[in-house]
Design a protein around this ligand. Structure first.
Ligand SMILES: CCCCCCCCCCCC(=O)SCCNC(=O)CCNC(=O)[C@H](O)C(C)(C)COP(=O)(O)OP(=O)(O)OC[C@H]1O[C@@H](n2cnc3c(N)ncnc32)[C@H](O)[C@@H]1OP(=O)(O)O
Length: 218
């Protein structure tokens, strides 16, 4: 483990919250980790990734960018922590909880009845012909579908299946409305539905099953 494991947010395992596999029952949600400008840092990385998708650098510029990135990677190498203590994924004050791997979304409303979010697929999420890659649409549904399941049960659920029906093209750089809700709840099984709209136009819909995890389930 790295030096940073000594930080106060490194939560020890307890009988109530075993860490072997699965998700931690008491994963701490904070807005402190990463500092006040962590969101800006994520934004810069997102912007960079979008530019990489479209840039055609000269060999000289590629050399420069490689050197710059080596330096940035070396800086972050000094600050690596485990998945439970990184701010990425728990910064609920930031779009997509500060998780760089998700398309940026803002939860407008969320509770046991479902989640209402605004998601924007950016240049980085380009599939082809100027519209979003279907895989990124599925990622957004997976996370926000999982959130609807989690808010219903108060525990963490894992995707058993996820069917996305692509009904029309999903534009980039446009705020879209993504809704998910638990359609049926049967024991540990949560059947979650969802929709993605650009204004009145349905871009995609979701049919999925999430299974509530048992404590310590790998
Ligand atoms: C603010 C913070 C918010 C935080 C919000 C954060 C949200 C993040 C969400 C991200 C979610 C992910 O991407 S999770 C990563 C992607 N998913 C995975 O890797 C899952 C891999 N698969 C598994 O781990 C497992 O197969 C499970 C956990 C899904 C199920 O295994 P299990 O727990 O042993 O349960 P099992 O007995 O098999 O199944 C329970 C019941 O479900 C049924 N079942 C299981 N799988 C299926 C299936 N594919 N299709 C139909 N039915 C199924 C079984 O028949 C059974 O029904 P019956 O006999 O009881 O009737």
């Amino acid at each position: 483990m790295t030096e940073t494991s000594k930080h106060e947010w490194d939560i020890p395992a307890t009988d109530d919250s075993p860490h072997e596999g699965g998700f931690r029952a008491d994963l701490q949600i904070t807005t402190d980790r990463g500092g006040p400008r962590y969101g800006e840092m994520i934004e810069q990385v997102r912007s960079f990734m979008g530019k990489v998708r479209y840039a055609s650098p000269t060999p000289e510029l590629a050399d420069e960018v490689i050197e710059d990135l080596r330096k940035l990677n070396a800086k972050l190498d000094t600050m690596l922590v485990d998945e439970w203590t990184t701010p990425s994924g728990t910064r609920i004050d930031l779009p997509s909880r500060g998780n760089i791997t998700l398309p940026p979304y803002e939860v407008k409303d969320g509770g046991p009845d479902g989640v209402d979010a605004e998601v924007t697929f950016e240049d980085f999420h380009l599939g082809g012909n100027g519209v979003a890659h279907g895989g990124h649409v599925a990622v957004a549904f997976d996370d926000l579908g999982g959130m609807a399941a989690a808010l219903r049960t108060g525990g963490v659920a894992r995707t058993a299946y996820l069917t996305v029906n692509y009904r029309s093209l999903t534009p980039l750089n446009t705020p879209l409305v993504l809704k998910t809700w638990v359609d049926r709840h049967d024991g540990r099984k949560l059947f979650v539905k969802g929709t993605l709209h650009d204004g009145d136009r349905l871009c995609a819909d979701l049919d999925s099953l999430f299974i509530e995890l048992k404590p310590g389930q790998p």
